[in-house]
Design a protein around this ligand. Structure first.
Ligand SMILES: CC(C)(COP(=O)(O)OP(=O)(O)OC[C@H]1O[C@@H](n2cnc3c(N)ncnc32)[C@H](O)[C@@H]1OP(=O)(O)O)[C@@H](O)C(=O)NCCC(=O)NCCS
Length: 158
């Protein structure tokens, strides 16, 4: 699944894709990292991939810009039918603030919709470098509740 990042006036659209992770790419996906001030807001990719193996409905993908892995996303079924949980999402620190998170998230939401889900939920740690405002700018709304682990719940109709 691909999408063009950036504004329409650019000469060559940049291809953003979600790709399966393989034995040949897992090391470079695990080497992707967020900024130091963001490390409390998302798990390391290696931990996410390990956790996915114990969650039967988990789907995880690398986010590619052209042939380069630049991010990671993971989701799983939610507690109610039709609901999916965006579990992990990150763009490597060297590729942030270039519109790639927005483009990748749009691909993820499209894939969720095509899989038959109607609602996506996520939860965020609130803080100065946290992703709350990013998600709000992408159409998520605050549920007004926290998870048992204290993360702030957000949702969006697909
Ligand atoms: C959140 C994250 C994925 C955004 O990726 P990104 O590639 O930097 O985002 P984009 O460049 O596509 O930004 C899209 C919009 O959101 C805004 N934005 C991005 N990160 C933001 C943040 N932390 N707070 C507020 N706004 C933010 C951008 O300014 C941009 O606004 P615009 O549409 O008005 O230009 C990235 O910052 C990240 O990996 N953060 C650390 C991990 C994390 O917190 N993940 C989520 C929890 S699982």
């Amino acid at each position: 699944m691909t999408a063009a990042a950036g504004d329409g006036g650019q000469p060559a659209p940049i291809s953003v894709e979600l790709r399966e992770i393989t034995k040949d790419t897992v090391r470079e996906v695990c080497a992707l990292e967020v900024r130091n001030d963001q490390k409390g807001y998302v798990a390391a990719n290696a931990l996410s991939i390990a956790q996915a193996h114990f969650e039967p409905t988990a789907v995880f993908r690398a986010i590619y810009l052209g042939e380069q892995p630049i991010g990671f996303v993971q989701w799983r079924d939610g507690g109610t039918p039709g609901t999916v949980v965006l579990w992990r999402f990150m763009i490597d620190r060297r590729h942030q603030s270039a519109g790639l998170g927005r483009t990748a998230l749009a691909l993820v939401l499209l894939q969720m919709r095509r899989s038959g889900f109607e609602t996506v939920e996520t939860s965020v740690v609130r803080g100065p470098s946290g992703p709350l405002d990013f998600y709000l700018s992408q159409g998520f709304v605050e549920v007004g509740q926290a998870t048992p682990r204290g993360e702030w719940l957000l949702s969006k109709a697909l």
